[in-house]
Design a protein around this ligand. Sequence first.
Ligand code: LLP
Length: 419
Amino acid sequence: MTGMFQRRDGRLFAEEVALTDIAEAVGTPVYVNSANGMRQQARILQEAFAGQDVRICYAVKANHHLAVLRLFAGMGLGMDTVSGGEIARSIRAGCPPDRIVFAGIAKDDDEMRLGLQHGIYQFNVESVEELHRLDQVARAVGRRAPVALRVNPNVAAGGHDKISTGRKGDKFGVPLEDALEILTAADGMEGVEPVGLHCHIGSQIVELAPFETAYQRVIEAWRAIRAGGVALSRIDFGGGFGVRYQEPPRFRIPDYAAMVKRLTAGLGATVVLEPGRFLVAEQAVLLTRAIYLKQTADHRFLVLDAGMNTLIRPAMYGAWHDIEPVEGGRGDEAPTEVVGPICESSDFFARGRMLPRLEGGDLVAILQAGAYGSVMASDYNSRPGPAEVMVDGSQFDVITRRRPVELQFEDEVIPRWLG
Ligand code: LLP
């Protein structure tokens, strides 16, 4: 066990609270977040970049809960958003708009207007088409949008093909070699103000080298664009810092910060970062209860009350999450198929995982569930989405109530003509 989730007398705790107490009070499945764990991660970044002109914007998509946003906004972080909904959440949670970056492959007019009306810090623009649209929308509302152009540095990086974004052929950004021409044109537009370049090469990156290669390319382009007369003042390097799932990342944040400092020395640029996973991934567990232990001739299936509807990462990316019994377990470890209750074979958490013998009723913790966990949950199979809890020292609160199926009915309409 690591960090804020530790065993005491054989029982698993989140900070000062026993997971058994949370399960009893709130039921399962439930995501259990550690507030102090999140604070600790934010401080690691803040300390590593102290003295550098760096703005850390939490990638809201990793866990968009208002309480999580409140916590980070309260520590001075900005927000990296990808939709009008995420902008609205950030503001609702108390983040000043001038700390909000708005990225994302396609922003519609309403979303652009929302960002403009609030006077957000920056729009990360992904295409020429979007640049023109933003110019039009901004002129219509009488504002000028600060724009960082997302470039594609053509670097392969990221923990999985599905979360790699910076290669030629990925849908994100514009080719680096087109940036000068696009930004020069942008400079003449009334509704946009080119302020920088943006890149984000992927997620769950565990080595420094791909970051460094990409950043060098972006900085080279940035210098050329400045030399060409466009007054850029910012570079947004995106997020993507890997965390420990099965293996720890092969670099530490202070090394990353030193690399950024070295590359950007003398540039006179404000650096924007968009970490999501790093801040939250290891700071939550998914607490779930076994429904059955199903033994076949050659397999042991542990069937949980959480499934791919609760945490989709193993089914979707083949992602590894550590799995631990909350209170030990009985007997020797044996390979176990850890699965959910959803009617699909892809509904699994782990195959052949070495676990002690557990039974129906036993509590199980699925670790590193804080990033892209609760936010990707669904009502599939009409199973109510998970509840969510935040622990802070010895106190905890339910931050998302379990949504009973009756509430799903409230949003659904049976057309009258069906009788
Ligand atoms: N900035 C941009 C433009 C992004 O697209 C992303 C993530 C981030 C920042 C934050 O990246 P992070 O620091 O969290 O790696 N659902 C997948 C991950 C998708 C990531 C999408 N973009 C998963 O569960 O692994």
